[in-house]
Write a protein that binds this ligand. Structure first.
Ligand SMILES: O=C(O)CCC(=O)C(=O)O
Ligand SMILES: [Fe+2]
Length: 304
């Protein structure tokens, strides 16, 4: 188990030219200047793609504009810096080249962008439910492919309910490089925004998908994970698969914190109901307790 990023497998460094050309004067995130959201033309439902699972009807959106070119340049400057790459560049058995774990400490712009009320409201509308960033340690995740590499990310389902996949590269002239999903009938559908700063929202925990190989230039995609804001919606987050390429102390602490906060909220609500009612409904209480027991068992499994 890699306890901290200093134990990550060392990867081939990115070209110096890529790093140098990304460095620009930093400015703070400003929602009015940096967001150019336009709703997606199409939102495919889970029924549309033949999958009977998930916490929302939304499966995946068509690509839509989200961040301006200036915003993307700021985000790229935060990732493509020696300081971040030397510590947070990593790989897994599914993905050959990622940067993750650098938010919020080394990436205030990225962190503020994904936590901005305007972005959260846009993403939530598409998802059909109120979402919040899954955990700070996930925010800012990018997959990097340069010309010679194969698929950026092999078939998988995500650890978190929803993701927003944002293109941080200029894709004009690029062949391939789409995000592909497998439907309930094993059909493969491909999605990609043509421009820097366009995004796709997907219920990635419940839909098998991959990032396809490309040729012509670079493909840097930012994959931001979201979970339901409400503690009353099932949370099937799995963090076990992330060990080995995630700062593990942060991962465990942030997971335990939001899971316990959600449980606290449910217990508080239960107590209110209990104190209001004159009659005690044993079956109803048993159902609640069994639900919480399953929730705790899930946490014990994730933290083993
Ligand atoms: O880069 C993409 O298009 C998707 C990558 C992905 O699925 C992931 O990072 O979980
Ligand atoms: Fe994914």
């Amino acid at each position: 188990m890699a306890a901290d990023p200093s134990q990550y497998k060392k990867l081939k460094p990115l070209p110096k030219s890529l790093i140098e050309s990304a460095q620009i004067e930093r400015v703070p995130f400003n929602a009015e200047k940096h967001i150019c959201f336009e709703p997606p033309k199409t939102i495919y439902t889970m029924e549309d793609i033949g999958i009977d699972a998930g916490i929302s009807n939304t499966a995946i959106s068509s690509p839509f504009p989200l961040f301006t070119p200036d915003a993307v340049r700021q985000i790229r400057a935060e990732i493509l810096s020696e300081q971040v790459l030397s510590k947070y560049q990593c790989s897994s058995d599914k993905a050959s080249n990622m940067v993750r774990g650098h938010c919020p400490e080394h990436a205030p712009f990225t962190h503020n962008a994904w936590n901005s009320p305007a972005v959260l409201s846009a993403i939530s509308k598409i998802a059909g439910m109120d979402l919040v960033p899954a955990m700070n340690v996930e925010t800012g995740h990018v997959n990097i492919s340069l010309d010679e590499t194969g698929d950026a990310f092999d078939w998988h389902v995500d650890s978190y309910a929803f993701v927003c996949i944002t293109m941080l590269s200029d894709c004009t002239g690029m062949e391939g490089g789409e995000t592909a999903i497998r439907t309930g009938t094993s059909e493969v559908l491909k999605f990609r925004g043509p421009d820097m700063g366009t995004a796709v929202v997907m219920q990635g925990r419940y839909i098998e998908h991959k990032a396809l190989a490309m040729s012509g230039g670079e493909r840097i995609s930012m994959v931001t994970a979201f979970r339901a804001r409400s503690p009353f919606i099932p949370d099937e987050t799995v963090i076990k698969d992330l060990i080995g390429f995630t700062p593990v102390d942060m991962l465990y602490a942030q997971y335990a914190e939001y899971r316990l906060e959600n449980m606290e909220e449910r217990l508080r609500r239960r107590l209110e109901v209990l104190r209001e009612r004159r009659e005690f409904d044993v079956q109803d209480m048993r159902r609640f307790l069994l639900g919480e027991r399953a929730y705790l068992d899930d946490m014990l499994e994730q933290l083993s």
